[in-house]
Design a binder for this molecule. Structure first.
Ligand code: TYD
Length: 197
């Protein structure tokens, strides 16, 4: 089973992913908890491109280079019988790079382009859980961690979340309200996964 957690910065994905991983391990499952950008050198290069505010085309291509390797790794774990939990996946590129690219081209064309890059190595998850949060609230968490990345502006994140909501319909995401304490959010996520085990 391949599970993806998505959401804007500060939505709680990382904490929820860790909790879910511990829970599934305690039930005896093999779990591969992973993330994008990855922790490989390619993932590091992606982070560098974000920090240096490279243009959205090169950023998108770098995210996909990192993902093409990541997909191979995920496949290996799935073949081995593990449950894979990925903190971000291709929908992050659709939403974030979509929001960047729509400043220079139509969103629809941007999403088509991004989808075409993904197509030859696509590996669709079984379940996508989207943690929906008020961007002003998520910004508080981000600020308190003292990150100053460009992406972390509430306005931009608000648009990113709008695009995520369009994707949610197309790709059938589960949407969990993340404007609550993490315990409640986690319980909802756990219930969704429990039903699928
Ligand atoms: P991440 O480390 O997940 O940040 P956070 O834990 O704060 O959510 O991701 C770093 C940034 O990269 C984040 O702002 C989202 C962005 N991103 C994209 O723009 N496109 C992508 O495809 C991915 C995977 C991440």
């Amino acid at each position: 089973m391949f599970i993806v957690l998505e959401g804007i910065d500060g939505s709680g994905k990382t904490t929820i992913g860790k909790r879910l991983s511990q829970y599934l391990k305690s039930k005896g499952f093999g779990v591969f908890l992973t993330e994008e950008p990855t922790r490989t050198w390619m993932g590091m290069d992606v982070r560098r491109a974000i920090e240096e505010e490279k243009n959205p085309f090169s950023q998108a291509l770098l995210f996909f280079a990192d993902r093409a390797e990541h997909v191979m790794d995920i496949k290996k774990h799935l073949d081995f019988g593990d449950i894979v939990i990925s903190d971000r996946y291709v929908y992050s590129t659709f939403a974030y790079q979509g929001a960047q690219l729509e400043k220079i081209m139509a969103l629809e064309d941007a999403l088509l382009w991004l989808d075409r890059i993904y197509e030859p190595f696509r590996l669709d998850p079984d379940t996508v859980i989207f943690l929906k949060i008020d961007p002003r609230r998520s910004m508080n968490f981000v600020n308190s961690r003292d990150f100053r990345e460009k992406f972390e502006r509430a306005e931009f994140l608000s648009r990113v979340q709008d695009i995520y909501m369009m994707l949610a319909e197309k790709y059938d995401f589960y949407i969990v309200d993340s404007n609550r304490n993490l315990e409640e959010v986690y319980e909802d996520v756990r219930k969704i996964i429990d039903k699928q085990l």
